[in-house]
Design a protein around this ligand. Structure first.
Ligand SMILES: Cc1cc2nc3c(=O)[nH]c(=O)nc-3n(C[C@H](O)[C@H](O)[C@H](O)COP(=O)(O)OP(=O)(O)OC[C@H]3O[C@@H](n4cnc5c(N)ncnc54)[C@H](O)[C@@H]3O)c2cc1C
Ligand SMILES: NC(=O)c1ccc[n+]([C@@H]2O[C@H](COP(=O)([O-])OP(=O)(O)OC[C@H]3O[C@@H](n4cnc5c(N)ncnc54)[C@H](O)[C@@H]3O)[C@@H](O)[C@H]2O)c1
Length: 475
């Protein structure tokens, strides 16, 4: 497109999960949209995040099928991993999904797509190269990027992030990972399953943002997979050494040194705000983060922030949810507000860890009486039949049985959490879950059994027994 002055209804900066959902929705509802992208269409999720990480995890699971099959009396040869083929599989999956996020598809919908870097030059104008866009409303959907901790030597040492690790076409000999949050745990385990030596370094514990008991299930699996875990340690230095990487850890008053071939930094995320000319648009930040209200408006009322850039929960499904909020506000002037209280999250390790609503610790911190309802996978017949007994469901209710949250660590936890999301969203009571008829034998029975355990003390109490005996005497 030649130099232009565009005056659309909506200008969206960033063609990742949030920007694409807003552009597709708004344009098909009759708004004239301009979508600006400086990198790859599809953003992090398609190119450097959800899609390649889940594809890599799937390859890792395939590599460990042989080990899992031994329990059934079935043996395979030890797996041979062709890492170039793993790389090609990961990029093949990206290629298969790519057309949905492509410039051609969006132009086909009528969206004007500008490829370049967007920057505000005033409260109502964005510049993209030679193009000027004066829109009725704008959306910042510029996502997040790896936060790089200020570790001495790191800046001078070659390291990988989620933006480069999926380009590896040779298996790392020994991958050292800084951070055992979602990214470090998922990718650390995937590489371990694929036969790399993996050291996982975490200043707190594995998955520190998750319920401790559920996180422990993942921690045990990582250990069983041979991941070399270093928790509760500080990284005091990083250096390139002898063609590899040396990481120095401070632990128990002493120093520990790790030598590896590759280093992955997975130490958290930060919103992408650089170069956007926020000051020119009157968009304020506080402590480095955008100031955003519940309608997802920045301090410039014409500019919304959706997805990771807002600094809230950073997930593709949240980006999609934000798209609906922005469309309601910007197109229909409905004052819809974002509510993150029933946002689920899943870490796709083996076992998966899924959570919605409050964890036990969060519910206790909030105060008031709670019930913690547990059911181990070991007491589920399907889990026994399939030898997937490593797992636990924990549902939290208030004293009247209203569901406050649920967490599951176990096979298919990401699917099993779904009725609990509905329960949270609709303010349901645990009795609603307990009364459903669930097919036998399914893993889903863990939800019914955990819910049913709310009634166990009453159901099997001395009072119930007295009533039953009394009624029996009455004939
Ligand atoms: C390794 C990894 C695994 C993940 N796995 C999952 C998962 O399994 N499930 C899940 O729900 N979430 C997952 N996530 C999180 C998910 O990827 C993000 O929440 C999601 O991509 C956020 O979408 P977004 O639109 O806000 O940002 P992005 O997808 O990052 O898109 C932002 C876009 O804005 C562009 N941009 C930035 N600045 C400018 C500018 N000035 N001008 C023009 N364009 C600009 C960028 O190039 C980018 O394409 C994962 C993330 C990572 C890193
Ligand atoms: N399955 C999913 O949905 C999924 C998967 C991957 C990523 N994501 C998104 O990306 C985010 C995860 O990114 P992440 O894993 O980088 O961040 P995170 O915040 O989840 O984890 C980072 C970890 O690094 C640790 N850490 C930070 N600095 C350190 C240091 N100097 N030394 C040792 N440990 C250090 C932190 O204690 C923390 O546990 C998620 O919160 C989510 O928003 C989602």
């Amino acid at each position: 497109m030649k130099n232009s002055r565009l005056t659309p209804d909506l200008c969206i900066v960033g063609a990742g999960s949030a920007g694409l959902a807003i552009a597709a929705g708004a344009q098909q509802m009759g708004a004239d949209c301009v979508l600006v992208e400086r990198g790859k269409m599809g953003g992090d999720c398609l190119n450097y995040g959800c899609v390649p990480s889940k594809a890599l995890l799937a390859a890792g699971r395939a590599a460990r099928l042989g080990a899992a099959a031994r329990a059934f009396g079935v043996t395979y040869d030890p797996p041979r991993v062709d890492f170039q083929a793993v790389h090609d599989h990961v990029h093949g999956v990206i290629d298969a999904i790519k057309p949905m996020d492509s410039q051609e598809r969006f132009e086909g919908l009528g969206v004007t797509v500008l490829r370049g870097e967007a920057s505000f030059v005033g409260p109502r104008e964005v510049r993209v190269g030679e193009h000027s866009v004066r829109a009725r409303r704008f959306v910042l959907a510029t996502g997040s990027t790896a936060a790089v901790p200020p570790i001495p030597g790191l800046a001078e040492t070659p390291y990988l992030t989620n933006e480069t690790i999926f380009d590896l076409s040779e298996r790392p000999e020994h991958l050292i990972v800084i951070g055992a949050g979602a990214i470090g745990s998922e990718l650390g385990q995937a590489f371990a399953h694929l036969g790399a030596k993996v050291s996982l370094i975490e200043m707190a514990r594995v998955l520190p943002h998750e319920d401790e008991e559920l996180g422990e299930c993942v921690r045990q699996s990582l250990r069983a997979d041979g991941v070399d875990l270093h928790e509760g340690v500080a990284v005091s230095a990083v250096a390139a050494k002898g063609g590899g990487i040396e990481v120095t850890l401070e632990a128990d008053g002493g120093e520990r040194r790790l030598q590896g071939s590759h280093l992955l930094v997975a130490a958290g995320r930060r919103p992408v705000l650089d170069g956007l000319g926020l000051e020119a648009a009157g968009i304020e930040r506080r402590d480095g983060a955008l100031v955003v209200d519940r309608r997802l408006r920045t301090t410039n009322r014409r500019v919304f922030a959706a997805g990771d850039v807002g600094g809230g929960p950073m997930f593709t499904h949240v980006a999609g949810y934000h798209a609906g909020i922005v469309i309601k506000n910007a197109l229909f002037r409905i004052p819809a507000k974002a509510d993150h209280s029933a946002v689920p999250r899943v870490t796709y390790t083996t076992p998966e860890l899924a959570q919605v609503g409050l964890s036990e610790a969060q519910a206790r911190e909030r105060g008031g009486a709670i019930h913690v309802l547990r059911w181990p996978f070991a007491e589920n017949d399907r889990a026994q039949a399939e030898r997937n007994t490593h797992g636990l469901i924990k549902a939290i209710t208030d004293k009247r049985g209203k569901v406050l949250g649920c967490g599951i660590a176990g096979e298919h936890a990401g699917e099993l959490i779904q009725p609990w999301i509905l329960a949270m969203q609709k303010g349901m009571k645990v009795g609603d879950m307990a009364q459903t008829i669930v097919p036998y034998p399914t893993l889903g029975e863990v939800s019914k059994r955990a819910a049913g355990s709310y009634y166990t003390p009453k159901l099997f109490s001395e009072r119930t027994r007295r009533i039953v005996r009394l009624l029996a005497r009455l004939g």
